[in-house]
Each structure stands twice: as C-alpha cells, then as structure tokens.
Design a protein around this ligand. Structure first.
Ligand SMILES: NC(=O)c1ccc[n+]([C@@H]2O[C@H](COP(=O)([O-])OP(=O)(O)OC[C@H]3O[C@@H](n4cnc5c(N)ncnc54)[C@H](OP(=O)(O)O)[C@@H]3O)[C@@H](O)[C@H]2O)c1
Length: 250
C-alpha cells in the first residue's frame, strides 16, 4: 500500500520543506497551519487508516494548502515508517507522542514506543542527508518533577523518575516517564551523531483548536467544570508550569 495518502506538487521557490509528525493532533495541526502561512511546504504524518474513515479535511482545507501539503501514513510502533515523510525535508518537528493516561498500557510499552519511534525518526533524518535540524516536542513534565524546591529551572533540570514513581499517580507514569526517557535519548543521539537536535518543553497548552478531537490538555483545563478526576489531577500537576517554556540543545 503506498504510504502517500494525499499529495500535491510542491511549488518552486518556497521556504523549503518541513516534516511534522502527528499532524492530526492539537499542537501538530496548529503548527501545520502556521508553517503553511509562513510559506513552508509541509510533509506531515498521520496514523494508518485502512478503512478510510478518518476525516482529514481540517488539514486539507487549510489556507495555502494547495500544492504545499503532503500527508503520509506513519506510526511510532514502526520506527522506519517515517522515512518517506522525512525524505527531502530540511527540518523535522517531531510532535507525535503516545498519550496514555488511562492506565491501560504499561509504562514499558509506552516508553518503548516513544523512544524507539523517536530514534527511528532521528535515524531517518541522518539517512535523508537533507535534514538540518530536528525539534522534539518534549514537555515541562521532563523538567519539573526534579525533587528540588525551586521555582526557577533551566535546561540542567531533569525530572527524577524515582520521584515520579513513588509520589505521583500511577496513571501519569507512562506519559511522564516516557517523555523524560525519550527527551534524554533524542538529545544523546544528536550529540553522538552530530545531528542538530533541539527540544522544547511546554507546560499545559490550552486555547482554541483546529483538530476535530477535543484535546486532552484543553479538556484538563476545564476539569473543574467537566469533573473528570484524572484530568483534574493532571491540571493540578501542570498548572504551576503554565507559560513556562524551556529549550534544550543547541
Ligand atoms: N498539549 C499540551 O498541554 C502539551 C504539553 C506539553 C507537551 N506536549 C507535547 O506536545 C505534543 C503534542 O501534544 P498534543 O497536545 O497536540 O497531543 P494530541 O492532540 O493528542 O496529539 C498527539 C499526536 O500524536 C499522534 N500519535 C499518538 N500515538 C501515535 C503513534 N503510535 N504513532 C504516530 N502518531 C501517534 C496522534 O495521532 P492520532 O490522532 O492518530 O491519535 C496525534 O496526532 C506531544 O509530544 C506532547 O507530549 C503537549
């Protein structure tokens, strides 16, 4: 099965091509919109949809999309599946992540998918010979649970996995720990292989959304209204990191 789902011809003379994983998500879809506005061509990935049930018109109807957007099928469970989307790109924004807060998946399974998928993407970047920079969307969650009593943190701070395991709700462990291990792994890979890897660490991201799914972070910000227990826990965990953004890497 070809993994190019929707394709337009790229225009000559634009700002170049950026590959973004997780185009169906809250942040990913906003980034696609902004990249197109700024004149970039975008290659984005979505998970396979064998029965063709998924409506991607929220992406394909974006302003400036004609001839500028290609949508590929790729999955973090198959780390090599990102090659075609990355080929020819000058930058990769790795935004996709396994979001797991329902306790159904083990910490090990989520961490394996997150780290192997991210490293597969970085290897594809090296093979492409065109990618100049990779931006991994990490999280404030990889920084703030460091066990230290301080409000001021910088890129030298890392979440303490033992602290998370011992003190925080087990349903949060797969996300918090997989993000921490994945960020460490991508930075280490960048250093080892001379690849320019940068990570960003947003706090809770809220606001309007253009994707059809009600984003978990927006839902959690409304937890007091909606009364969802786990999400209420998340908003308490993340609320003190609002508006804090740390950038690691070069
Ligand atoms: N929103 C926040 O408050 C916040 C805060 C800090 C960091 N972040 C980080 O920002 C990034 C985007 O978050 P978001 O809020 O936009 O989440 P989101 O709306 O749930 O988007 C997650 C994206 O990842 C994709 N994905 C999940 N599992 C995948 C897999 N196995 N293979 C390929 N793609 C997969 C999803 O695809 P489907 O649509 O198919 O599920 C979706 O496109 C994540 O890395 C997250 O850790 C978010």
């Amino acid at each position: 099965m070809p993994n190019v789902l929707i394709e337009w011809r790229e225009m000559e003379g634009d700002k170049g091509t950026v590959c973004l994983t997780g185009g169906t998500g809250f942040i990913g879809s906003w980034l696609i919109k902004r990249l197109l506005q700024e004149g970039y061509s975008v290659r984005t990935t979505v998970r396979a949809d064998p029965e063709n049930k998924r409506d991607l018109t929220f992406l394909t109807s974006l302003p400036g999309v004609a001839e500028k957007l290609k949508i590929f099928s790729a999955d973090l469970n198959d780390p090599n599946s990102f090659d075609a989307a990355i080929e020819g790109s000058k930058a990769v924004l790795h935004v996709a992540t396994p979001l797991s807060f329902d306790g159904k998946e083990s910490l090990e399974a989520v961490t394996e998918r997150s780290t192997s998928g991210a490293l597969g993407i970085l290897k594809a970047c090296l093979r492409s010979k065109t990618v100049k920079r990779v931006v991994y969307t990490s999280s404030a969650a990889t920084v703030i649970y460091n066990g230290q009593e301080t409000d001021m943190m910088d890129e030298s701070f890392w979440t303490d996995v033992d602290f998370v395991t011992q003190k925080l709700n087990p349903k949060t462990h797969p996300y918090l720990i997989s993000k921490t291990f994945t960020e460490r792994a991508v930075l280490e890979f960048g250093t080892q292989h001379g690849l320019d890897v940068v990570t960003v660490n947003p706090g809770l991201v809220v606001g309007p959304f253009i994707c059809p799914k009600f984003p978990d972070s927006v839902r959690s910000s409304l937890a007091l209204v909606l009364g969802t227990n786990l999400l209420l826990v998340l908003v308490i965990f993340f609320s003190f990191s609002l508006n804090r953004l740390i950038k690691r890497g070069s």
